[in-house]
Write a protein that binds this ligand. Sequence first.
Ligand code: ATP
Length: 368
Amino acid sequence: MAAIGLPAAAPSAQHDSDVLVVDQVVRRFGDVVAVDRASLSVGAGEIVCLVGPSGCGKTTLLRLVAGLEPPQAGSIRLSGRMVADAGGGLPPEDRGVGLVFQDYALFPHLTVLQNVRFGLARAAPRKQLLRAEAILERVGMAGLAHAYPHTLSGGQQQRVALARALAPEPNVLLMDEPFSGLDLNLRRSVREETLRLLKDAKAATLIVTHDPEEAMHLADRIVLMRQGRIVQTGSPVDLYCRPESAFAAAFFGEVNRLSAKAKGGQVDTPLGLLPAPDLADGEIAEVLVRPEGLSIADASTDPDGVTATIVDAKPIGRWTVAHLVVGGAEGTLQLVMRVPGVRAMNRDTSVAIRTDRSQAFVFRAESR
Ligand code: ATP
């Protein structure tokens, strides 16, 4: 399904500076194709987030890069060196990648310092100690170097796991849902701190998350997966403002969904005419409009506002969320509108609403 009427995002070319290059990798489990010809690259100092719904293959792709799964086709290169293809691959410990798992996987019988030193086993003991102490200082855990993992909070455990992964100064850091064990408030602060540490470390970082907001916050680039395939790669702005499919548009934010028929390069919707230059007359379009793409029209400047009836409206912090009904030739349609600030809106009153076209996406309807 192609985006209609929107400039295409730049293709994700591979560059010589890419530290991690995954090329057409396939991993099957019986009949399930967990990763289907996936290609991606991560440059030095770049943070790439791998996102998608549950079961789309994110963790499997990360495990393929780590060396915990073998690919059945395709290849993986790290720092210019082939580390895996269908013929086999290097074991995880020889790949020079740092790993941070969802559950942090700290050794319970080792102290914080010993956990961090574990990742440095190949260095001389004196060097191990100095490096472990320095990295614990950097993540703010030097004061708890002799504590055991079970005595630490979730946020502290996450920092130790990050320190252990960063201690050997890996070229590539792989993180699987590294913040999902933390409560919402802690998650924000730990995420900020981690972002700062990752940027300092200058490793090529691939982070798996199912949370689109987290990905938009952390990533230089986002890789979106669906059913084993990579369906779009781009900057957070590309994914949010220039989705290439209805799936991508809906994954990165709440949407109102409408169906409409194309005629003369446009679709006629209950919200008015929207451009659809690539659709032939009679083709069915799927139209997605973000709630923040709807607003109350100012009759003096926007005489083309569409009449809607407010079903209910609630201020929720920074936004007022209103449920509306608009009438169309083919019946009524329920919509959600989100406007900034606290706005008084009375139930059962009529308002004129306008649609911000940059927040309305028209796609050829997917054949089912
Ligand atoms: P989640 O966000 O829920 O962790 P995910 O996107 O990381 O999901 P994967 O864990 O990579 O998805 O799984 C992709 C598909 O491969 C799923 O259908 C899963 O059941 C299947 N799968 C993964 N690992 C195995 C395995 N070891 N054996 C059999 N099937 C597997």
